[in-house]
Write a protein that binds this ligand. Sequence first.
Ligand code: GLU
Length: 449
Amino acid sequence: MDSVLPETVRPVYDAVLKRNPHEPEFHQAVHEVLESIVPVVEQHPAFAESGILERLVEPERQIMFRVPWIDDQGVLQVNRGFRVQFSSVLGPYKGGLRFHSSVNLSIIKFLGFEQIFKNALTGQGIGGAKGGSDFDPHGRSDGEIMRFCQSFMNELYRHLGEHTDVPAGDIGVGAREIGYLFGQYRKITNRHESGMFTGKGVSWGGAEVRTEATGYGSVFFIEEMLGVHGESLAGKRVIVSGSGNVAIYAIEKATQLGAIPITASDSSGYIIDEDGIDVALLKQVKEVERARISEYAARKPGARFVEGARVWEVPGEIAIPCATQNELDGDDARALVASGVRAVAEGANMPCLPEAVLVFQQAGVLFAPGKAANAGGVATSALEMSQNAARQRWGFNDSEEKLRHIMANVHASAFDAAARYGHPGDYVVGANCAGFERVAHAMLAQGVI
Ligand code: GLU
């Protein structure tokens, strides 16, 4: 992964390695950003003079805490909670909570770091943060989930607030968990503070389209990328990984726009349905029953379940990795290129390994990094915050139109910055430079803090 960084940024990276040993995902995310922003740093000597990079790679605050709870057998369980408040220079800390057994400080820091630039790229007033726990919700009863969420919030509440830090969902944290977390915050603080959480139920302060936003947004971004070349999604086979919130709504929007999504996956394998995924059945299996993805194939004639394999062996013109970090490696990318992939958009955060990104770019595949392609989720969270502040609720169509407009702007910002800094068509450079410019100028204006 470690291509040698130019002298402009290498000392910052070396210091990150030294100060944060054993955090490979965090190193990977920092490396990618530093590599991209060299031309911005070179054109703005004031950024180096006031230590913008040294400050940016150090979170403003990191919170780690014990989360004790009692399971259904009466046995005491202890998990670890995290919230990394990376940057509040553009607005209150903003970013999701992830509940997954793989969660550790490195993963939360990589996600929080990415979130700074993603959020900046949306053009809205939101800082960057991420949090979560190594708690695994799979197979847990509603009662266990509720007790865990309440214990988690017993500590985290003191660090939150609509002007301080506004969490949302991520892997393992959906409407059910957000309800329990919000309820406990309200109980402890005696405040129904709608703006301290996003992704809430629509009947109690949530925004229309928030559930759909990340997946829809990634498809809108692909439309924009294809549009530059006079192409469209119509009739294209779409390979999607994952079967959570992002995957389901990427599949739904791609279908509505005339494409043919044919796969979805979970940790046990993938399903392939050449007729195009039946979104209603997928929702029934994953959202209502919380069952394994194989259940889809068991109920849908013509669909197949492929155990223990990855979707990238299936040929298609569009690929949207929507599962998790580092799920698509160099070999997967070569397989997709060989089968004629035209565009790849990261629905998840950092799903493609650096080698895979290189393979796509060298083959001339349109490649959208997560901080651009999946920015629609957090952008719609900012719309939810606006609605909460104004005590308003906007309709579905209106909200979707706003999301479409935001994604077109995110695309335009990344596209323009890539060209301005000498890498036309490179959305990795473009997204990083556009996000970084905004954050760095704000840091410069607000002094050394
Ligand atoms: N977890 C989502 C992300 O990765 C959404 C964060 C939010 O809405 O605050 O951007």
